[in-house]
Design a protein around this ligand. Structure first.
Ligand code: HEM
Length: 364
């Protein structure tokens, strides 16, 4: 009863809270950290997917053990970098996110045991010496199923959090937390869009291996393969995005096309076209390094812009219900300062780990 009252009050009026820092700074940090989380997730899911699917690829033939060994670490990075956006989400959109999480409570709670099993399987695949190659691939396949569950659940709940008008009925139909977001079409294409993006980013990471991994340095076949994976991922992401936009309610789509989200989205499309051109050129070039590095930097910017687009679309969904820019700011900046200090330390550690890994994968 209490939860139902909270849900219906938020659905009608939105939350009234204050945040411990300026809204613009919180939003930029939220975008940045979610970008890092998604990039780590892309490295993991794109890498696992390719390892399973691209059987005869140079990626699987040349980088089989190096990649399987790094998956547990990338998984740890994905989870750690997921905690930070969760903090921002709960500070700014907390009541929306938690209302949606309560409605699909059991699916949400299942994420934790599923992650534990996936983690265990990644470790087993990476350290158990007696396993055959096909045994390792089988473990990766089960892990991927778990990651699909986790990522789809997060997408489903993120979408539900933007739609307070669905909550009351869903909650009443199953107050114990078994309801699912009924917007299947939107959820599925949003998720396919994100997974295709993971493939595209994995393609760029493969090209980075060619620049920095001693074992495959200068390998043109791998460079070409990375480029093809990027192009496949981008085309599939673009197709899913168009279908996703077409499944939106006409009024939401119209408002989105009149919001800053349209400019951000257009810039992201242009950036991806530039990357596609660079990726194509780098496969032919005798000195691909500048092009691959530029593609990698632009891919980071591209994912950042996608995160921004997602933010503007959320604002359109919540229009009239909640305006985060109107939240009061408290004078106590100590949580923000503490966050910034630990964030910088975390980034330095992450950079150091990546440098070690790309510099000398065997030792790392
Ligand atoms: C390895 C497992 C994980 C995968 C595959 C994964 C995947 C994803 C995906 C696909 C999204 C985008 C959802 C969307 O916008 O539709 C996302 C967002 C998010 N993830 Fe993860 N995630 C993982 C682990 C985690 C963990 C453990 C946490 C929290 C501790 C977390 C926190 C978040 C948050 C808070 C967002 C949304 C942030 C926002 O809306 O601002 N993730 N994740």
């Amino acid at each position: 009863m209490i939860i139902q009252n909270i849900i219906s009050v938020i659905a009608q009026t939105g939350p009234s809270m204050s945040i411990p820092g300026p809204y613009w700074l919180f939003t930029v940090l939220h975008w940045l950290i979610l970008t890092l989380h998604l990039l780590a997730m892309n490295f993991l899911m794109g890498g696992v997917l390719l390892m399973i699917m691209a059987k005869n690829s140079p990626y699987r033939k040349l980088l089989f053990f190096e990649n399987i060994k790094v998956f547990p670490t990338v998984m740890a990075a994905t989870i750690t970098l997921g905690v930070a956006p969760l903090l921002f989400l709960q500070v700014i959109y907390g009541e929306f996110f938690y209302s949606a999480s309560i409605i699909s409570g059991w699916q949400w709670l299942l994420i934790i045991p599923v992650l534990l099993v996936v983690y265990y399987l990644f470790y087993t695949a990476s350290i158990k010496k007696s396993l055959s190659d096909s045994g390792r691939i089988k473990l990766l396949l089960i892990s991927l199923t778990g990651l699909v569950f986790v990522s789809f659940t997060i997408t489903m709940i993120s979408d539900l959090a933007s739609k307070p008008y669905l909550w009351a009925e869903l909650y009443q139909s199953s107050p114990s937390g078994w309801s699912l977001n009924p917007s299947w079409g939107q959820t599925i294409f949003r998720w396919i869009h994100i997974m295709s993006g993971a493939l595209a980013v994995a393609g760029i990471i493969i090209q980075l291996y060619v620049l920095y991994f001693d074992k495959v340095k200068g390998n043109r076949e791998l460079l070409f393969f990375g480029g093809r994976v990027f192009l496949m991922g981008v085309l599939s992401a673009a197709t899913a995005a168009v279908i996703y936009l077409l499944t939106l309610e006409p009024v939401v789509l119209r408002q989105f096309l009149h919001s800053p989200g349209l400019h951000v989205l257009t810039t992201a499309i242009v950036i991806n076209i530039i990357i596609a051109f660079l990726v194509y050129k780098s496969s032919e070039s005798l000195s691909p390094k500048p092009m691959v590095l530029t593609s990698a930097i632009l891919a980071f910017v591209g994912v950042f812009l996608m995160v921004m687009t997602r933010h503007y679309l959320r604002l359109v969904f919540l229009e009239g219900k909640f305006d985060p820019a109107a939240l009061q700011t408290s004078d106590d900046y100590s949580p923000l300062i503490m966050f910034l200090i630990t964030f910088v330390i975390g980034l330095v550690a992450l950079f150091w780990m990546l440098k070690k890994y790309f510099g000398s994968p065997e030792k790392a």
